[in-house]
Design a protein around this ligand. Structure first.
Ligand code: AMP
Length: 410
């Protein structure tokens, strides 16, 4: 089906064409008509499915002309996401005359105040900075007609739900509310009951499944060899662009240094970096100045970075849903990509939880020609084929893995 069936305004159709979208994605097919009808909507879909345009297009169509006051509010958990969603709105509305402002912390108030003073139709914001503006009396939500709670599960994880509630209380009751979340934990269900009117639910694919077009693999390795294996993997796959996820800011900096020493052009994204540094990192990565981006989960949540050829989990995600979110960086909107996870013995339970969560087993692989310091069992099938039975003397099994006595321990 073509976009023309939705009956969207001419400037929007021109915007869609300029973006190069040919057909609506599944979530757009289902969400756009419902939102155009004015229904409240819960979309459980990951990033990478085209969900931003799924809510942006009907809102832009229904706003139509500038009114000089805020009529649509989109809440995002992070500044990067807010900036990205604002860009998507601007891109789609490039032939329309609506005014859009993005409000997030970590930057001065000047430009935001200026925009608010002039009057904006659409506000894309993170909860903290928006509340600041409300408290200073520089932003009013009493004429909001469209409210979008994007990445609601991440707002919950980041402790933003009380702020989100405070913001919703400032919006008129008579509004259209949509909520997007990859998972719907009980706290979000409570929010839905409180904030929404008999919403329709759209679930795209199996709610928990990561992008179908991604090839997944787990590379078991010892902790001491992780960075060597990362370097060898990057070498072996001949990647175009890779995002490397790790657990902490400190680790992110350390991995980036290792990569730099080995002649990779690397940017780092974590919350200790200034807003300017984060923007530079993202811009450089998008423009191809950096071929690798090392990031922590929170910093990279939901970022729309096109054409990432590889996602590498340097650390196994602690929460299974983070695996799905991380993998969402590759295979976005019908593209393909590889997702590799480095796994140490202690990660066994987390990896099991991920596989249960996504309802599939991920292949264990061994990188050819890599000088492993121990032998690792890669999957149950090896165990079933009796590899364990024939193990070397002195070997032991820990966390489901088989370690041959290693000659070299670093
Ligand atoms: P999102 O899930 O909103 O983060 O979108 C992921 C990517 O898909 C973005 O780069 C969008 O520009 C792109 N996209 C959204 N809708 C379409 C479409 N109908 N056809 C092709 N690409 C799309």
């Amino acid at each position: 089906m073509a976009f023309s069936k939705f009956g969207l305004s001419r400037p929007l159709m021109d915007g869609i064409r300029a973006m190069g979208y040919v057909e609506p994605t599944p979530i757009q097919l289902r969400a756009i008509p419902l939102m155009l009808e004015g229904k409240d909507l819960i979309g459980s879909a990951q990033t990478g499915t085209g969900k931003t345009a799924a809510f942006a297009l009907p809102i832009l169509h229904r706003l139509d002309q500038p009114a000089g006051h805020a009529r649509a509010l989109i809440l995002e958990p992070t500044r990067e996401l807010a900036a990205q969603v604002e860009t998507a709105f601007r891109d789609l509305a490039r032939f329309a005359t609506l005014d859009i402002a993005v409000l997030y912390g970590g930057v001065g108030y000047g430009k935001q105040l200026e925009q608010l003073k002039k009057g904006v139709d659409i506000i894309v914001a993170t909860p903290g900075r928006l509340l600041d503006h409300i408290q200073r009396g520089t932003c009013k939500l009493d004429r909001i007609e469209f409210l979008v709670l994007d990445e609601a599960d991440r707002m919950l994880d980041m402790g933003f739900l009380p702020d989100v509630r405070r913001i919703i209380e400032r919006c008129p009751r008579n509004r259209q509310t949509s909520l997007f979340s990859a998972t719907i934990p009980p706290e979000i269900e409570t929010l839905v009951r409180w904030a929404m009117k008999t919403p329709e639910t759209i679930e795209i694919g199996i709610r928990r499944s990561p992008a179908e077009t991604v090839r997944h693999a787990v590379y078991p390795v010892s902790d001491q060899q992780k960075s060597d294996l990362l370097l060898a993997l990057l070498e072996a796959v001949n990647y175009d662009s890779a995002i490397i996820f790790c657990r902490t800011k400190h680790r992110a900096d350390r991995i980036a240094n290792v990569l730099r020493r080995n002649n990779h052009a690397v940017a780092v994204l974590h919350s200790n970096r200034t807003q300017r540094e984060r923007e530079q990192a993202l811009r450089g990565f998008r423009d191809g100045k950096f071929e690798a981006l090392v990031a922590t989960d929170i910093a990279a949540r939901g970022l729309d970075i096109a054409d990432v050829s590889h996602v590498i989990n340097y650390d196994v995600p602690q929460h299974p849903e983070d695996y799905v979110h991380r993998i969402g960086r590759t295979g976005r909107a019908q593209a393909t990509g590889d997702a590799f996870t480095l796994m140490v013995a202690e990660d066994g339970p987390h990896m099991d939880a991920i596989e249960r969560f996504i309802c599939r087993k991920i292949e264990r692989l061994k990188l050819p020609n890599f000088n492993y310091t121990y032998t690792t069992l890669f999957d149950d099938s090896l165990e079933k084929r009796g590899v364990v039975a024939g193990r070397a003397r002195g070997a032991r099994i820990r966390g489901g893995y088989f370690y041959a006595p290693s000659k070299k321990r670093r």
